[in-house]
Write a protein that binds this ligand. Structure first.
Ligand code: HMG
Ligand code: MG
Length: 296
């Protein structure tokens, strides 16, 4: 496996969206800038969702307009609807992401509509994004299990991934929202999805609730996946998936990929520093094993 891997750093969005105390905008901006300095080239920096539901993300405009942009870095934002896309365009996002789920109950809890309604909602958003030459990513949540419905079938995931791809999403990210999957189930899911979406357009997004994220990622790397989402210091959780922990830690992922001889372009020393810094800022335990073990 001597290959290039694209890392999508979701710490400033997925990592922070569920923090109980409001994180100052200046800290969010500093986090995004530090992550860019580590060599991360895709950073999900904001989320244009209802501040009533996710107050932590209410300052997305200030974050996106406040960062010193590095020309080689893509700064993206979540946009659940047209309102969100318009806000992302005004703030100058380089890329946006729509999000839905493979299970109806999670979709309803998260974005207050059915899966079919979410797809209908995304069609005009993708059309407007196309006019602005803005790349759109599509997330499918609950690909290996739903907090309300339990197991989710690979066929259900494949249907939604296919629909997002057909709508024009350039990349479809497959989210194990509650971190419940294990490698054989992850492989079966990917096998179903890749019959509809080319492997190079697929990303994986593992939360690490059950400590299986790296094992699942390794299995799917062997299956050809080369786009992986992660969060510095393993920050995060989802407000609509109670008990779910953060994404796989970027430090742990980079350590694994370095060991496999794969190229990420990330400076692990600086990344460890950044993970320690943000953990300290948030008064949080560092969720990266590498972050804890790395020599001072
Ligand atoms: P809604 O409540 O169903 O209904 O919102 P609405 O469209 O009628 O809007 C209600 C209010 O929200 C209105 O304001 C709108 O103006 C406002 P009011 O009249 O009550 O004052 N509003 C907005 N405000 C700002 N930005 C917007 C926007 N849209 C409407 N874009 C909506 C539907 C989707 C907006 C809402 O349910 C929502 O924001 N949900 C939050 C979803 C969310 O952020 N979830 C976490 C991220 S997804 C995730 O973490 C999973 C992922 O990581 C992958 C994985 O791990 O599986 C991606
Ligand atoms: Mg997530």
């Amino acid at each position: 496996m001597n290959d290039k891997v694209k890392l999508v750093e979701v710490g400033p969005r997925d990592g922070l969206q569920n923090e109980p105390g409001l994180v100052p905008t200046a800290v969010k901006i500093a986090l995004v800038e530090r992550l860019a300095d580590c060599g991360l080239s895709h950073i999900e920096a904001a989320s244009f969702v209802s501040p009533k539901w996710v107050p932590q993300m209410a300052d997305g405009h200030a974050v996106l307009t406040g960062i010193r942009r590095r020309p080689q870095v893509i700064y993206s934002a979540l946009t659940p609807n047209m309102h969100g896309l318009e806000a992302a365009l005004t703030a100058g996002a380089d890329e946006v992401a729509v999000f839905t789920a493979a299970s109806e109950s999670f979709c309803r809890h998260n974005i207050h509509c059915s899966i079919a309604e979410s797809l209908t909602r995304f069609a005009p958003l993708l059309a407007l994004a196309r006019q602005h030459r803005l790349r759109v990513r599509g997330y499918v949540s609950t690909v290996l299990g739903c907090p309300y419905e339990g197991k989710v079938s690979p066929a259900a995931v494949a249907r939604v991934a296919d629909a997002l791809y057909q709508l024009g999403c350039a990349e479809v990210s497959l989210g194990d929202t509650i971190g419940i999957g294990t490698p054989n189930r992850a492989r079966a899911m990917l096998t179903a999805v890749r019959q509809h979406v080319p492997i190079e357009n697929l990303a994986v997004h593992f939360h690490d609730t059950y400590g299986q994220a790296l094992a699942n990622i390794h299995a799917l790397l062997e299956g050809g996946i080369r786009i992986i989402d992660s969060s510095v210091a393993g920050l995060g959780g989802c407000p609509y998936a109670p008990g779910a922990s953060g994404n796989v830690a970027t430090e742990d992922l980079v350590y694994l990929l370095n060991g496999l001889g794969m190229d990420t372009g990330v400076d692990l020393d600086r990344l460890v520093d950044t993970g320690r810094w943000i953990s300290q800022q948030l008064g949080r335990h560092n969720g990266s094993k590498v972050g804890l073990a790395w020599p001072k």
